[in-house]
Design a protein. Structure first.
Lengths: 354, 638
């Protein structure tokens, strides 16, 4: 048996979602619910950024859905004046998969955290990514459990001392970007909560991407893990550590652009001084490379101490989506032979009692 | 009354006809069990014999019984697979207690099944498999065909492997491949013995092996060889005829429970005019629902084989949120994994059909065997006060109607519904009076289109309820002006915002319960022919057949007994309390340790006698006949 060729055209992520000519404002995306995150929580900035960014897409607001799991960030849908579901721990990608598969006219967003997406919901995340369902997954990574009051998370650095690990955690953490690439994600990006411009750029590209897009957002938890990303925000240090990724440009960073990324002998990447590497030997960023090894190598530049952290889009490739194909199969079956219920129920082998 | 078969006879296929005069014995009913190694094709053989019986117009019921292992070690007892078919000239209710005829393809099949054959029963064995090694594998110290251990039976020794190989000698098929056709030889022999129509089987074989015509022809040849063997040898002096059954007028087909269930879901999608999304994960014995539905995409059905049970139901709920008919199917431990999402469905008040094809438990339990021990889990197996409607089909064909009924309840009341089938119903088959689709219920739904806030604010209140059904409105994403958020946190009545208010929670808990309690279900009908019974037997699910057959036997002895069967388990029919109170004694047979009995005692404060067996197999009519007879005698003696 061979698979059926579905002959699907290439599309953008929002091509089937109705648009409006009415100009929209960020305010229209705010629900009437009082936002109840802790004062100073990074989630506020992300919420504001998303509420400002969504109007730029020009979509009908009623065709946008936010689905979340459980955790601090998962309260997000309540604050959006769109459709939304605050579901159960870790399961948002599966619920969103069912919705996206049956409703191509919706822009479906999953809001999740490091615990929700990578611990209890790890399985759903990787399978949504490999299937390439047309979902945008916002992974708020604060490297701690906030809602349950401060246990270590699957992205906490080794040795993390928390309520549940008084002698330090002995787990090796996940690198969410590496994990997503390993799961065949077609779009992987990363941004800082505080970087409105950078986050908006990645979110815009994610929204336009057809298929699963996962965006890791480094987000500060001021209560249980305050300052986790300070070294990436400190004016003196940030430039030494953050590696902005710009497609088509050599990868350079540092206050004067004095550092760069080059290849190692084993297919990996490393950072060094441009002066040592030589400008011609700098890696030119290309997120459209099909081989996930490149994006993976980029994701490994930073270790758990956030020494070198690329931000921007690691990978952005075209691959047919699960939901487009599933719908095409249904459509093709319907066109080939419209369902005839009486004929189905009757079947081939019958007998008549007179 | 007469019957006519319009089966799948094709040109070039001629019916085999008997010419040798044999004594023809007319019977009302017969039970045949085909047993062999799990690689011997016994399920296919039984299935084909069933189709022949169906095409002939007999009433029938079947019981497949096979190991969970795909290929357990060859020739061993754990590897035995069997298929029992009961067919008759009247309407029968069960696959039969004991086989009148056992076809044993090897010593293991003989050993595992001979205990069920009544004295005087017929045993047909494939002697080729009764070598020393195979006998030793199942600890037969001497060959049962040579000692006198089978003297109570009418034993026919047939060298099926050799005869099949001989018949296929000229086909060019290798010895081993030829030998594999021996199940068709057995089918041919039995078809001759019982005057079964053969065109359907030959057409079936040619279609099944369309891509390997040489294999198709080999199987047809083996089938014919079996027929001719019966016809020409003197070994079989008698053939048997079972006249067509006098079933109600109409067109029939044979159907298994899982197929009927899948067709019911297809029909539910058509009758509700909703796209269907089945989100599921393969698990025995529910997987055939997925297999069947995946074939019917042309009815607007999407089947999503998820990464696990949880994702299966999650996708179904997500689809329901978007306005599709969300369905999930599972069995055994799978229903435990779905519990949390069922809770979310109860909290978000979205329609969802949850199919649980119950199997032996706990844990992995007995994957291929039947049980009805998930009832209390269906009732109570979630955190919090989490009521869901529960319904259960009584027979394989009833699965079609029960799927429509589950959908009606889910859509009308915006709630997950638990549909409890079981392994016996799922794999068992029976004739089905094919419904006229114009008579199927209208399940169409109305989605919210306007803001509904009672205060005239122009807002949409997602938890505003229909005063009759207490269902909330189904407002789909994409509907302008109705944007709202739902979720697993407690909701304020009406407005639907998160609420931690104590009184609100108390009210919402009671509202969710009242909604399920208020579901309209038909009154329970009691079968009490003379109205003088003092004992009522009450069942649910697949026990319908054996209970009914046992009740008939008891009545035939002149003892009155009333029978009633629950299809709706939550809520229970409104007249149930009255029914229970109107009998001196109520007995509830269940394939669990008394789950329904416990519920009934608690709810109606009435004494219930629970009769339980948890053997992985359906009750036998004979067994229940004994139980009922004893009870009636006791009650009457008082």
């Amino acid at each position: 048996m061979t698979a059926t060729d579905l002959g699907l055209p290439s599309m953008g992520g929002l091509d089937l979602v109705p648009t409006t000519d009415e100009p929209q404002k960020a305010k229209e995306y705010k629900s009437d619910q009082e936002v109840r995150w802790c004062p100073g929580c990074g989630d506020y900035i992300v919420l504001n950024t998303i509420q400002s960014f969504l109007p730029t897409l020009g979509l009908k607001r009623e065709n946008i859905v936010f689905i979340s799991g459980i955790g601090c960030s998962s309260r997000f849908p309540y604050y959006m004046n769109t459709y939304g579901m605050h579901s159960i721990h870790g399961r948002a990608p599966s619920i969103a998969t069912g919705l996206a598969t049956t409703r191509p006219d919706l822009s479906v967003w999953v809001v999740t955290g490091d615990g929700d997406a990578l611990s209890i919901g790890g399985n759903h995340l990787i399978h949504a990514l490999r299937r390439n369902v047309n979902l945008k997954i916002l992974l708020f990574n604060n490297r701690i459990y906030g809602l349950t009051k401060g246990q270590y998370s699957p992205t906490s650095e080794p040795g993390k001392v928390t309520k549940s690990t008084p002698m330090g955690s002995v787990d090796t953490p996940f690198n969410p970007v590496s994990l997503a690439l390993g799961a065949e994600a077609t779009f992987v990006g990363r941004a800082m909560d505080s970087d409105k411009k950078g986050l908006t750029e990645v979110l815009t590209a994610a929204a336009q991407h057809r298929g699963s897009a996962v965006v890791e957002i480094y987000q500060n938890c001021p209560i249980f893990n305050d300052g986790a990303f300070d070294m990436l925000k400190d004016p003196g240090e940030a430039a030494q550590r953050l590696i902005p990724l710009t497609p088509g440009e050599p990868i350079r960073f540092g206050p004067e652009g004095e550092f760069g990324v080059t290849t190692t002998g084993y297919g990996g990447l490393d950072v060094g001084k441009v002066a040592d590497i030589g400008e011609d030997n700098l890696v030119v960023h290309d997120p459209s490379i099909d081989d996930t090894a490149y994006g993976f190598a980029l994701s490994r530049l930073g270790d758990q101490h956030l020494n070198h952290i690329p931000t921007g889009i690691f990978r952005q490739v075209d691959r047919e989506t699960y939901d487009d194909q599933a719908r095409a199969q249904v459509r093709q079956a319907q066109e080939a032979k419209p369902g005839d219920l009486q004929a189905l129920l009757t079947g081939k082998d019958t007998w008549t009692v007179e | 009354m007469s019957t006519s078969a319009n089966g799948s006879a094709t040109a070039g296929t001629e019916a085999l006809s008997a010419s040798r005069p044999t004594e023809v014995n007319r019977l009302e009913r017969v039970v045949i069990r085909f047993a062999g190694d799990s690689g011997d094709g016994m399920q296919l053989t039984g299935d084909r014999f069933t189709s022949e019986a169906a095409a002939f117009g007999n009433d029938l019921a079947t019981l497949p019984n096979f190991p969970a292992e795909i290929r357990a070690p060859q020739g061993t007892i754990p590897g035995v697979s069997s298929f029992q078919v009961h067919f008759a000239d009247y309407d029968i209710l069960t696959p039969g207690d004991r086989p009148d005829v056992l076809v044993a393809m090897n010593p293991a099949a003989l050993k595992a099944n001979i205990g069920d054959v009544p004295k005087g029963g017929t045993v047909i064995v494939n002697t080729d498999e009764f070598g020393k090694r195979n006998l030793a594998k199942v600890d037969y110290e001497s060959n049962p065909l040579e000692d006198d251990s089978l003297s109570a039976f009418e034993v026919h020794e047939v060298a099926m492997s050799t005869l099949t190989q001989g018949a296929l000698a000229d086909t060019g098929l290798g010895k081993k491949d030829a030998e594999r056709c021996k199940n068709m030889f057995a089918l041919g022999l039995l078809s001759w013995m019982y005057h079964r129509p053969t065109e359907g089987t030959e057409a079936f074989l040619r279609e099944k092996f369309a891509k390997k015509p040489e294999v198709a022809e080999a199987n047809v040849l083996a089938f014919r060889a079996g027929w001719y063997y019966g016809e020409t040898t003197e070994a079989f002096g008698t053939t048997f005829e079972i006249a067509p059954a006098k079933l109600p007028q109409g067109t029939y087909r044979q159907i298994t429970g899982n197929t009927a269930l899948a067709y019911g879901i297809v029909a539910a999608g058509q009758q509700s005019q909703l796209p269907v999304l089945l989100g599921t994960y393969p698990i025995t014995p529910a997987s055939d629902v997925l297999h069947e539905l995946s074939k019917h995409k042309n009815f607007g059905i999407t089947t999503f084989q998820a990464e696990d049970e949880i994702a299966g139901i999650g996708a179904a709920l997500g689809a329901a949120y978007g306005g599709a008919l969300g369905v999930t199917s599972t069995s055994g431990p799978g229903i435990a994994l779905k519990a949390e999402t069922i809770g979310l469905g109860v909290m978000t008040e979205l329609p969802l059909v949850v199919i649980d094809v119950q199997r032996g438990g706990p844990s992995t339990g007995l994957p291929t065997k039947t049980e009805q021990a998930d009832l209390l889990q269906a009732y109570f197996g979630r955190n919090g006060e989490c009521p869901v409607p529960i319904i259960a089909p009584a027979t394989p064909a009833d699965c079609f109607d029960i799927a429509l009924e589950a959908t009606r309840i889910a859509l009308t009341y915006r709630t997950p519904v638990l549909l409890l089938s079981d392994g016996a119903i799922a794999n068992g088959s029976e004739p089905w009076l094919i419904p006229d689709v114009s008579t199927l219920p209208d399940l169409s739904v109305t989605f919210a289109s306007e803001p509904n806030a009672p205060d005239g604010s122009g807002e949409h209140w997602p938890y505003q309820r229909d005063p009759e059904t207490l269902a909330r409105e189904w407002a789909l994403p994409g509907t302008a002006g109705l944007q709202h958020r739902i979720g697993g946190l407690e909701k304020a009545e009406g407005k639907g915002n998160i609420s931690y208010d104590p009184d609100n929670h108390d009210k919402m808990v009671r509202l969710r319960q009242a909604k399920v309690d208020g579901i309209e279900v038909p009154d329970l009908e009691v079968d009490d022919p003379n109205g003088n019974a003092r004992v009522l037997v009450l069942g649910w699910g697949s026990t319908y057949g054996p209970i009914g057959a046992a009740a008939r036997r008891v009545r035939a002895k002149g003892m009155p007994i009333a029978q009633a069967h629950l299809r709706h388990l939550n809520p229970l029919p409104a007249n149930l309390g009255e029914v229970l109170a109107s009998y001196d004694h109520v007995v509830v047979p269940e394939m669990n340790l008394g789950q329904l009995s416990m519920l009934l005692r608690a709810k109606y404060l009435t004494d219930i006698q629970s009769y339980n067996k948890v053997a992985g197999l359906p009750f036998k009519a004979e067994e229940l006949e004994g139980v009922f007879t004893d009870i009636i005698r006791e009650v009457t003696a008082v």
